[in-house]
Design a protein around this ligand. Structure first.
Ligand code: HEC
Length: 130
């Protein structure tokens, strides 16, 4: 094989596969998929998409959906810096970058507020087949 053809094959084996990669495939800390994943980790306490159902339980995390992004961002920055007292949030906030905090604040502020619905207790009819 001629050296020129061999070099062209070598070069194309490096360049061509990377051409197939769209910009969206590169996950950065501001990528919507990354922020949605992070936001899912908040759901255990702040409810689905930030709509917490205030339960009166030990950990009473408030709803984040629909709050202003400036407010949410400032709270998270204060938790991160340790200037705002908290039980758990300083741990969560310290694990976030400034960009992730900014994006999470935008994410939760753009979520629709859902009215909290208290589930109706279910009654089961006991059937006695004697
Ligand atoms: C283990 C439960 C838990 C998880 C998980 C959690 N939080 Fe919290 N969050 C709380 C509690 C409890 C508070 C009240 C402050 C405190 O005691 O830490 C709070 C407060 C906040 C506040 C301030 C709300 C206000 O109006 O004062 C923001 C903003 C917040 N959390 C955002 C987040 C984000 C974003 C995540 C996910 C990255 C997250 N939280 C994950 C429990 C949690």
């Amino acid at each position: 094989m001629k050296p020129l053809i061999r070099s062209l094959i070598l070069i194309s084996s490096v360049i061509v596969p990377s051409l197939g990669m769209a910009n969206e495939d590169i996950v950065t800390s501001a990528h919507p998929a990354h922020i949605a994943t992070l936001a899912a980790s908040c759901a255990a306490c702040h409810g689905t998409l930030g709509n917490a159902v205030i339960s009166g339980s030990v950990i009473d995390a408030v709803a984040l959906a629909g709050e202003s992004s400036e407010y949410l961002e400032q709270r998270l920055l204060d938790f991160r810096a340790g200037t705002r007292e908290s039980t758990v949030m300083h741990h969560h906030a310290k694990g976030l970058t400034l960009e992730e905090i900014h994006q999470l604040a935008l994410f939760f502020s753009s979520q629709k507020t859902e009215a909290a619905v208290t589930p109706v207790p279910q009654k089961f009819k006991v059937m006695n087949h004697e």
